[in-house]
Design a protein around this ligand. Structure first.
Ligand code: NDP
Length: 275
């Protein structure tokens, strides 16, 4: 049995991952800004569950949570960097503070948790890290540019981390869910930019309307997504990326085809710049 460490486990996908891992007999360190939410959602797991406070933007809380996890269970085998939130609005509509705030959670917060957990895995010479990215880590849509930028950043970090940690016995995967029926699009999770520019009504504005209309209608089931994450974490060799959901598969294929078509079309110009 292994020890899981999950961020953003108060609700949504993180809570389902914690639940599924407990149901499989794993020990789970479930972390959240308010750990009481976890205790309420997962009663009766005293032996296998440790609920801890962790706002991923706090280096101190990350270090303390890892220390408490190791004190309780001896190690951390599987890290799921799940905590994150969305931001909807056209790129120009997004203020500096709004952009930085979402990067602080989705990118710098993830790096903070990585710096706290990887020393434990390096010392053990083993471990698995699953970073929760998004279809938006591969494809950017109008109105989601800054959120996508955080997930593109996460993709870059994950791809390099995979190369850096493989020789040390640690496997790394990027999980790319499509729309999941969680609170992600709800006002309790999704931030809207405060400045609205009429010129972006058909792009950024349409995405705001889509987000409101789509909450509760998303095609992806977070319970099944959590199960898929458990499956991939148990694979002998985890893939570099795991897309989740039918629309994710087709969105990524469409993107790859467009990238391939541009490569073909402009390859002579691309080659012409060699010294
Ligand atoms: P939810 O809004 O339901 O849950 C988000 C979770 O992240 C909550 O537990 C929330 O905690 C936590 N969180 C937010 N900020 C912080 C922080 N600073 N420190 C610690 N925890 C934090 O959304 P999902 O469950 O859907 O989202 C989980 C992950 O999946 C995110 O990374 C998201 O980007 C990604 N994703 C989601 C998709 C979707 O359609 N749902 C699609 C693709 C990717 P709190 O309760 O304290 O707010």
């Amino acid at each position: 049995m292994s020890v899981w460490f999950v961020t953003g486990a108060s609700r949504g996908l993180g809570l389902e991952i914690a639940k599924a891992a407990l149901a499989s007999g794993e020990s789970v360190v479930a972390t959240a800004r308010d750990p009481q939410e976890i205790e309420k959602a997962l009663p009766g797991h005293a032996e296998k569950l440790l609920a801890l406070p962790l706002d991923v933007t706090s280096e101190r809380q990350a270090d303390e949570a890892v220390q408490a996890a190791v004190a309780r269970f001896g190690t951390i085998d599987v890290l799921v960097n799940n905590a994150g939130r969305g931001l909807v609005g056209a790129v120009e509509e997004t203020s500096d503070a709004e952009a930085r705030a979402v990067f602080d959670i989705n990118v710098f917060g993830l790096m903070t948790v990585l710096r706290a957990v990887t020393p434990i895995m390096r010392a053990a010479g083993s471990g698995r890290i699953l970073n929760i990215s998004s279809t938006g880590g591969v494809v950017a849509w109008a109105g989601w540019g800054v959120y996508s930028a955080t997930k593109f950043a996460l993709e870059g970090i994950t791809e390099a981390l995979r190369l850096e940690l493989a020789p040390l016995g640690i496997q790394v995967t990027s999980v790319q869910p499509g729309p999941l029926r969680t609170d992600f699009l709800a006002s309790t999770s999704l931030s809207h930019v405060s400045r609205v520019i009429d010129d972006y009504a058909a792009t950024g504005g349409a995405s705001r309307e889509w987000a409101q209309a789509s909450h509760g209608q998303q095609e992806g089931d977070p319970v099944k997504a959590a199960q898929a994450i458990l499956t991939i974490a148990a694979a002998d060799e985890m893939p570099a990326r795991l897309p989740l959901g039918t629309s994710t598969l087709s969105d990524i294929r469409t993107k790859l085809a467009a990238v391939g078509a541009d490569l073909e079309k402009w390859q002579e110009l691309s080659r012409s710049t060699d010294v």
